[in-house]
Design a protein around this ligand. Structure first.
Ligand code: SF4
Ligand code: SF4
Length: 306
């Protein structure tokens, strides 16, 4: 087996459902789309997305001498029944889990490579065009809901990248249209955030409103959150590509039962220490109790109006 295939095999053994390799050159088309998104203001108040444009275009600014971007996908489980907290927030924080797995993969590569290897792990916290790298590495294609769809596994996945100063033969991008004439995600979105296929307007997206927006809601924003306490899974749940994932799920991704059952009224009663204990190790911990209570008030206001 070649070095590249040995690395891919190890990635799959670690629990990733897909791993692909891309040459670490500029991603011109993807950067143009990204600039367009910023120019149209579709990123809302996520000012951090306006930074690091040079690094987004040139991964050597993140790892000098980088030659290969290894892109991986790790599936996360659908909640047993749809709730008001996105399924990815009911499990351990993907930044840590995917990061730990990629560091283990880097150690493995170093152990089998005949030359010293420098690497950098990126999981949704560095200026990296994750989805574009995943497409370039041939592990999937973006669907109309803008999420990467991995063939056979869908879009209920976390992405991560391992930058390597190691020359590995790139994989070919997939030549497929994962959506065909389906429009289930567009129909399922309650806010019109996906008014144009493949273009998300974050300002209208419940995930953005309940997770990224730092300030209090306007009345219109509160009403748009549509019963969600953290995130929104509507377009993911609607997608037929997510119906039957083929891979065993990462064993550490057991949903936390107390979070699955948590109500808006109970959130309003939480103290700071109760919040920290309940959400310890999950992505929702970083939201903070103040904003979680903001979201809970919006949910209760909606319930009272009905
Ligand atoms: S996460 Fe929810 S609000 Fe955002 S695009 Fe998907 S369905 Fe629409
Ligand atoms: S729901 Fe249909 S249109 Fe939307 S991403 Fe999935 S396959 Fe594509």
């Amino acid at each position: 087996m070649t070095l590249k295939e040995t690395v891919r095999r190890k990635a799959l053994d670690l629990g990733f459902c897909a791993a692909g390799f891309a040459a670490a050159g500029p991603l011109f088309g993807a950067l143009e789309e990204y600039r367009q998104m910023l120019a149209e203001g579709r990123h809302g108040e996520m000012g951090y997305l306006e930074t690091g444009l040079d690094a987004r275009n040139d991964p050597s600014m993140l790892l000098p001498g980088v030659k290969t971007v290894l892109s991986v996908a790790l599936p996360w489980p659908a909640p047993a029944k749809p709730g008001a907290i996105s399924g990815y927030a009911l499990i351990p924080d993907y930044h840590r889990v995917v990061g730990d797995l990629l560091r283990e993969l880097l150690d493995f590569i170093r152990s089998i490579s005949s030359q010293p290897v420098n690497g950098r792990v990126c999981v949704d916290s560095s200026p990296v065009l994750e989805k574009a790298w995943a497409e370039a590495a041939g592990i999937g294609c973006a669907g109309k809901n803008t999420l990467l769809i991995v063939p056979g596994h869908g879009s209920r996945i976390f992405l991560g990248e391992l930058l390597l100063d190691l020359d590995l033969e790139p994989d070919a991008p997939l030549d497929s249209n994962p959506c065909g004439d389906c429009s289930a995600c567009l129909d399922a979105c309650p806010t019109g955030a996906l008014a144009t296929p493949g273009r998300l307007d974050a300002r209208r997206c419940i995930s953005y409103l309940t997770i990224e927006l730092k300030r209090e809601f306007t009345d219109e924003e509160a009403s748009a959150t549509d019963g969600w306490l953290y995130g929104c899974d509507r377009c993911i749940d609607a997608c037929p590509r997510n119906a039957s994932p083929k891979v065993a799920l990462y064993p550490g991704f057991e949903p936390i039962e107390e979070l699955e059952k948590l109500t808006a009224a109970e959130i309003l009663e939480l103290t700071g220490s109760q919040f920290r204990k309940l959400f310890a190790g999950t992505p929702a911990l970083r939201l903070g109790l103040r904003r979680l209570k903001r979201n809970a008030r919006a949910v209760l206001e909606k319930e009272q109006r009905q």
